[in-house]
Write a protein that binds this ligand. Structure first.
Ligand code: CUA
Length: 181
């Protein structure tokens, strides 16, 4: 049975309306969450010169790892490189707001911290920043999840989440996994 021109047109219009409705719902949800709940797409555009990593500026060798600033802000800085993270272990206290900052001198990497929603790409030339609060203590694995070359599967770090009372930064506010506390 052949459909008439009219009924085909009707079907097409109905589907166009349905699709339009879906798009409207999605846009509405994005607008609603952005305005009422402050949920926005990543908008942190920060640059880091790949040539100076380890050597100068924020990601200089001595500034890598975890640091607590005088104002109480806790930040971990990590360089992702083919095929390791520097440092390979990051210590952070549980139940505190922490910031993790990543960059890379070579190719695109990515990280996730197992059992948490921490997940970001690491793009050369940019700083990838994550704010989080770890609720469970223990050694969490942080693998690279963006294929970055032959050693990709070996590229893995540890996030050591300790109870706040076991988090002991030194006089300069630095804390490392290896240091006895
Ligand atoms: Cu770095 Cu995969």
């Amino acid at each position: 049975m052949a459909m008439s021109e009219q009924s085909i047109l009707k079907t097409e219009l109905r589907w166009a309306l349905i699709v339009g409705g879906i798009v409207a719902v999605i846009l509405g949800t994005i607008l609603y969450t952005a305005v009422s709940m402050g949920i926005n797409p990543p908008s942190n555009h920060e640059f880091a010169d790949p040539k100076t990593l380890h050597l100068s500026a924020e990601f200089t060798e001595s500034n890598l790892g975890t640091r607590i600033d005088p104002n109480g802000q806790i930040t971990a800085r990590v360089i992702a490189t083919q095929f390791e993270f520097v440092p390979g272990c990051i210590i952070l206290p549980a139940n505190r707001d922490v910031t993790m900052r990543f960059t890379t001198p070579d190719v695109i990497h990515g990280i996730l911290v197992t059992g948490t929603n921490v997940n970001t790409m690491i793009v050369p030339g940019y700083v990838a920043q994550v704010h989080t609060r770890f609720t469970k203590t223990g050694d969490l694995l942080m693998p690279c999840h963006e294929f970055c070359g032959l050693g990709h599967s070996q590229m893995i770090a540890t996030v050591r989440v300790v109870p706040p009372e076991q988090f002991h930064p030194d006089a300069e506010g630095r804390a490392a996994c290896g240091k006895p506390s």
